[in-house]
Ligand binder design. Structure first.
Ligand code: SAM
Length: 683
């Protein structure tokens, strides 16, 4: 077994850990496993007296936890996991099962019963493999095993006992101690897997994955098996009864496949109760036990089991013959409730994603505005309370915001034993969301939050009236937002320029390199704003000089945005492109200009460009073209409706507009980087 290859088999799969234990999460994360945490709602109330051996109880609890999550996720989370991992750790001493203490006295009772003695720690693990079928049924395949580790405690004095109890550490731990922290001081020796005592037998788990993915992968292996089907109401229980050829003898345990209709798998059915005796069906293969020698103790049983069959006991397994040809890999099918009610799950999921889209946007805007990404860039690893203090916000609210950002892939959280999770930026946030990143989109995010968001909240009026919504959103009518709204206030102007600058930096290179422009010596970037696009053009074309032409209010501020090593091939001229004479150039660049205006204004501008051009000169348009009808361009068009009186257009609409002013020979490049590039030549 090569650890990496085993764990990597799970990459791209939705792996879910049905446990809230930070220690389990840490063990699995440290092993490189990527997974979601969905704590199980299964109440650990199985009757321990029904189990002949304590590990049966741990395995059954692990199984019920995993199955509860596997069944709940398609219904409540609207996604079906590929794998759900459940685990339950118990401590046994003198025939008693110790779980988590309920209070300090319970902790005292547990710890004093362990004092000076050897005890066993069992972790039962259940791996539920979910196979979603076309008809929205889900097959569940269960693999379960347990690991035992022996631990010997030193003699504990009363003082030591109470000191440890008063540290608070025992309270959420099976047996009332945590071996990885202060509790380690109580321990004389450990025989077996240490991580098993912490809460998860990683080594055995990886071996089990190896069996599942490396030695039993071909679907034909599974398809060649025959099934015994039993229908019960809306669900089907499938029991595999034929041998699974590729399973190695050392690691297989098959259950005797007794089908128990009363315990079949209804999504909300209560957990099955363990039987007192296991019976073998005539078609079932013999049970096979494996012992794994991780210590002197007998440890490491594994089994591929029928989901609604029950935990087996060691003595029963030992009584049965080994037969490597007769392992079984049972499957269970439960019919999706969505299908029953005529719902298409993926459609429902899509609708909910769309309905929730605004919440995700606002969470991003809020975190950006409150400088969360900047803070975590300079000080990664802060917990929620520390972030709250820095951003001057409530701990409760900050926790919610940070967790929302984690769920959206903007932040990562690291679980830490005995400490609150620590947060840090994901690569995405480092690259685009911190303010000092070369491709920071922070300026555009703030524009979206402060300008686009209020305008979009009046979208219905925009659609009804076909006009921009400045008056409703900002209390001021605007025919020309650049002259009427944006540049009247210094802060709004700066925000808008920041927004344009950030988008131009992200999209500029793809636009500037879309065509060979080596025949052009001079260009004029009309409405070139901060010059960000112009700098990209001069970087891409060493022979080219670019004049940025924009309104005086913009030009006077543009120097704040100049790159540190300024390029003297970029110059700035103030003016109004509807009124003033345009600077002379071979190439006129219109980057996100025409979409701001209705056709009459576009014609006015193009006529002025045409007058300034001689044959061979060209117009270069950078816009989101509507042709592909991607959500981005179509939504951008709605944005133009609410914000300006303009619109996004198709390639042929631009070609049409230009042809009326003597431009032809158009070429288009779809850059896949938000803006498409379009060039047309003066004939
Ligand atoms: N081209 C830039 C880019 O792609 O990042 C900025 C595009 S922004 C949507 C529109 C630009 O046109 C603004 O910088 C604005 O100031 C400028 N603008 C608007 N009306 C103008 C006018 N009448 N004359 C000159 N520039 C104008």
């Amino acid at each position: 077994m090569v650890l990496n290859s085993v764990i990597s088999k799970l990459s791209g799969k939705l792996v879910v850990l049905a446990s809230a234990s930070p220690r389990r999460q840490e063990i699995l994360r440290n092993a490189g496993l990527r997974f979601e945490v969905v704590p199980s709602w299964f109440k650990e109330t199985l009757d321990k007296g029904l189990f002949k051996a304590p590990h049966g109880y741990a395995v059954e609890t692990a199984k019920q936890k995993a199955l509860e999550v596997a069944r709940r996720m398609p219904l409540k989370h609207l996604k079906t996991p590929d794998i759900v991992i459940g685990a339950d750790t118990i401590v046994t001493v003198d025939g008693m099962i110790l779980e988590k203490p309920v209070d300090k006295h319970d902790a005292y009772r547990m710890l004093s019963s362990l004092s000076g003695k050897e005890h066993s720690v069992f972790t039962g693990v259940a791996i539920v493999l979910c196979h979603e079928k076309q008809n929205e049924e889900v097959d569940y395949q269960l693999v379960e095993f347990y690991e035992e580790t022996k631990v010997k405690f030193a003699d504990l004095s009363e003082n030591l006992l109470w000191e440890y109890i008063n540290s608070g550490e025992p309270m959420d731990k099976a047996g009332g101690y945590g071996i990885q922290a202060l509790g380690g001081m109580l321990v004389e020796y450990v025989h077996g897997d240490f991580l098993n005592v912490v809460g998860f037998p990683l080594n055995h788990f990886c071996k089990q994955l190896d069996i599942i993915y490396n030695r039993c992968t071909s679907s034909s292996d599974q398809e060649s098996l025959s099934f015994f089907l039993s229908h019960n109401g809306t669900q089907t229980t499938t029991i595999l009864t034929e041998p699974l050829p590729n399973l190695p003898a050392q690691s297989r345990h098959n259950s005797s496949a007794k089908h128990n209709p009363s315990s079949s798998l209804r999504p909300n059915s209560p957990p099955v109760s363990p039987p007192e005796h296991t019976q073998k069906s005539p078609s079932a293969s013999p049970t096979h036990e494996v012992k794994r020698n991780s210590s002197e103790s007998e440890v490491g049983e594994s089994s591929l089991m029928l989901v609604n069959s029950l935990s087996k006991h060691t003595d029963e397994r030992e009584a049965q013959p080994r037969d490597s040809e007769n392992a079984t890999l049972p499957l269970m099918t439960s019919r999706g409730q969505h299908e029953d009610s005529g719902l298409k799950k993926e459609h429902l999921q899509r609708v909910i994603e769309l309905m929730d889209g605004f919440k995700a946007s606002k969470a991003l805007f809020t975190a950006s505005k409150m400088c969360v990404f900047d803070l975590l860039q300079s000080r990664p690893g802060l917990d929620a309370a520390q972030v709250a203090q820095e951003i001057k916000a409530s701990v409760k609210g900050t926790e919610c915001l940070l967790e929302a950002c984690v769920s959206l892939g903007l932040l990562k959280s690291k679980e830490r034993t005995f400490q609150k999770p620590a947060y840090e930026n994901t690569d995405l946030a480092s690259c685009f969301l911190r303010s000092d990143a070369p491709f920071s989109l922070q300026g555009y995010i703030h524009h979206c939050n402060d300008t686009v968001w209020p305008l979009f909240s009046h979208l219905e009026s925009a659609v009804r009236d076909g006009t921009n919504q400045h008056e409703k959103a900002f209390g001021k009518k605007s025919k020309d937002m650049f002259q009427d709204t944006f540049y009247n206030s210094h802060s709004v102007k700066l925000r808008f320029m920041n927004a344009m600058d950030s988008i131009a930096k992200v999209t500029g290179k793809a636009v500037a390199t879309a065509f060979d422009l080596s025949s052009f010596k001079t260009a004029c970037d009309l409405g070139g704003c901060t010059g960000a696009m112009a700098y990209e053009f001069t970087k891409a074309h060493p022979q080219l000089s670019v004049t940025v032409f924009d309104l005086p209010a913009v030009i006077e501020m543009s120097e704040h945005f100049h790159p540190l090593c300024t390029d003297n091939r970029v110059s700035f001229v103030a003016g109004d492109f509807f009124k003033d004479e345009l600077p002379k150039a071979d190439l006129y660049i219109l980057a996100r200009i025409l979409h701001d205006w209705p056709d009459d204004k576009v014609h006015l501008l193009l006529s002025k460009i045409a007058t300034a051009c001689t044959p061979g000169c060209a117009v270069f348009i950078a816009e989101t073209m509507l042709d592909g009808q991607t959500p981005y361009s179509a939504l951008q068009s709605l944005n133009m409706l609410a914000q300006t009186e303009g619109t996004e257009r198709t390639e042929s609409q631009y070609a049409d507009l230009l042809s009326k002013h003597g431009f032809g020979g158009t070429r288009v490049v779809h850059t896949t980087n938000f803006l498409d590039a379009f060039i047309a030549f003066k004939i």
